[in-house]
Ligand binder design. Structure first.
Ligand code: EPU
Length: 422
């Protein structure tokens, strides 16, 4: 198992190109199941979650290969085993987004029911409700969700909102299924995340008829079949946001290229309000800061609100603010595994239900800490860059799920991160 030894404090300075988005790539890879023939997805990051997705598609019967430029070619001509096994699904919850395309294309799909994870319960009730409204019959068998629609799916008017707002992968599942359903589908309270817009654009490039892209109401005119596609995915806004915090927390200056700042308005606004300079340019932005950030109140919301996937990273930054901040989690109310770990680094954080009171301290101190989930782990890396001494982060495989060799990205701009196998 790998650990990181991170020496701090350092100052990050230089340029980083933002990689393609993990959370756009995963549903788009699933979308290739909708068309017989080879599709090519470009700018897919080299991450362990992507490797799991490739394995999943191979198990279904697809031919999957990585091309010399890193693109992934998925030939979904034959799907002879429309089953997502527990062994794969338990490693990656996003595997659930094969359910919609499989039942639409094959008339039957079986996918292991994902369990909870470090960030909460994570039910899939809304995914299943949406598929049932499209006419799929659904039952549970040996811990697997079985969805059947031998006569094909039928368009419907579907409300996809839940207790915490819209659902990102639920929208992806229903949208993909609706492309091949007979007739018209209207999805109300659809997720508006840029990754869903990217999926919809990819589906349209495959011949789907989706309108309302980027809005909470998606309209889909079902078509008989979709065509394979060559498609480049959008840059990863969460990776970009993480590196923005990296510049601020180390009082450095990073120029981020291939970065869509328009997808990060809530984040850029928060950074500017706490005193960080964010200058946008044609291909991204430059983020610079020196001194101590001002405190802030942050509440996470579905897009275009402040993203839950950057909550932990901003907690690391506000831990060093000149005053008290409050962070409220409205998407995953239990997503606070990083609080105890950051307190081990001399942060002063107090969890109160779905909120954390962050009393700013003037320094963080290195400590051995444990990575618990992807974004919490990224936050620990950021805290370690600013902390005094050498921080050891255990279980860095969590970070590798969503950040491509983060040490190789950050060391050239001033970080001192060593990966060790223990
Ligand atoms: N929810 C339900 N029922 C459902 C589905 C969701 O109650 O059927 C609830 C969830 O429990 C949660 C809220 O709705 O409280 C939102 O969950 P959502 O379904 O939107 O999350 P997701 O689609 O499973 C994706 C990202 C997450 C990101 C969330 C929220 C991917 C692969 N995952 O998950 O990304 O946090 O949207 O933006 O796209 C990450 O990258 O670290 C990550 C966890």
């Amino acid at each position: 198992m790998d650990v990181f030894r991170i020496e701090g404090p350092v100052q990050l300075k230089g340029q980083i190109r933002i990689n393609g988005s993990k959370n756009a790539a995963l549903p788009i890879m699933a979308a290739t199941l909708l068309a017989a023939g080879p599709s090519t997805i470009q700018d897919v990051p080299d991450l362990s979650d992507i490797s799991i997705c490739k394995l999943l598609l191979k198990e279904l019967g697809c031919h999957v290969e990585t091309l010399s430029d890193g693109s992934i070619r998925i030939d979904a001509t034959t799907i002879d085993n429309p089953v997502g096994e527990y062994d794969i699904v338990r490693k990656m919850r996003a595997s659930i987004c094969i359910l919609g395309p499989l039942v639409a294309r094959c008339g039957r799909a079986e996918v292991s029911m994902p369990g909870g994870c470090a960030i909460g319960d994570r039910p899939i009730n809304i995914h299943l409700r949406g598929l049932m409204e499209l006419g799929a019959k659904i039952h549970l068998e040996n811990g697997n969700v079985v969805a059947e629609a031998p006569q094909g799916l039928k368009g419907a008017e579907i409300f996809l909102g839940g207790a915490y707002g819209s659902t990102v992968l639920g929208t992806a599942n229903i949208l993909m299924a609706a492309t091949l359903a007979q007739g018209h589908t209207m999805i109300e309270s659809a997720a508006c995340e840029p990754e869903i817009a990217d999926l919809a654009n990819c589906l349209n490039a495959m011949g789907a008829k989706i309108s309302g892209i980027g809005s909470p109401r998606l309209e889909v005119e079902g078509v008989k079949e979709l065509q394979p596609v060559t498609y480049r995915i959008i840059p990863d806004r969460i990776e970009a946001g993480t590196f923005m915090v990296g510049a601020a927390i180390t009082q450095g200056c990073l120029d981020l290229t291939n970065c869509l700042t328009k997808d990060l308005m809530a984040v850029v606004d928060t950074l500017r309000r706490i005193g960080v300079t964010v200058d946008t340019h044609q291909d991204g932005c430059t983020v610079a800061f020196s001194g101590r950030v001002k405190p802030a109140d942050i509440t996470t919301h579905p897009y275009p609100g402040f993203p839950t996937d950057l909550q932990a990273q901003f907690m690391a930054l506000l831990a060093l603010a000149d005053g008290n901040s409050i962070i409220i989690e409205k998407v995953f109310p239990d997503r606070f595994m990083h609080v105890a770990e950051m307190n081990r680094m001399a942060a002063n954080l107090r969890k109160e239900g779905p909120a954390v009171v962050v009393a700013g301290v003037d320094r963080l101190i290195a400590a051995p800490v444990m990575a618990s989930d992807l974004r919490a782990s990224a936050a620990l890396v950021l805290a370690a860059l600013a902390a005094e001494g050498t921080t050891t982060i255990n279980r860095v495989y969590h970070i590798d799920r969503g950040y491509e060799r983060i040490e190789e990205r950050l060391n050239p701009v001033g970080a001192k991160i060593v990966r060790e196998s223990v």
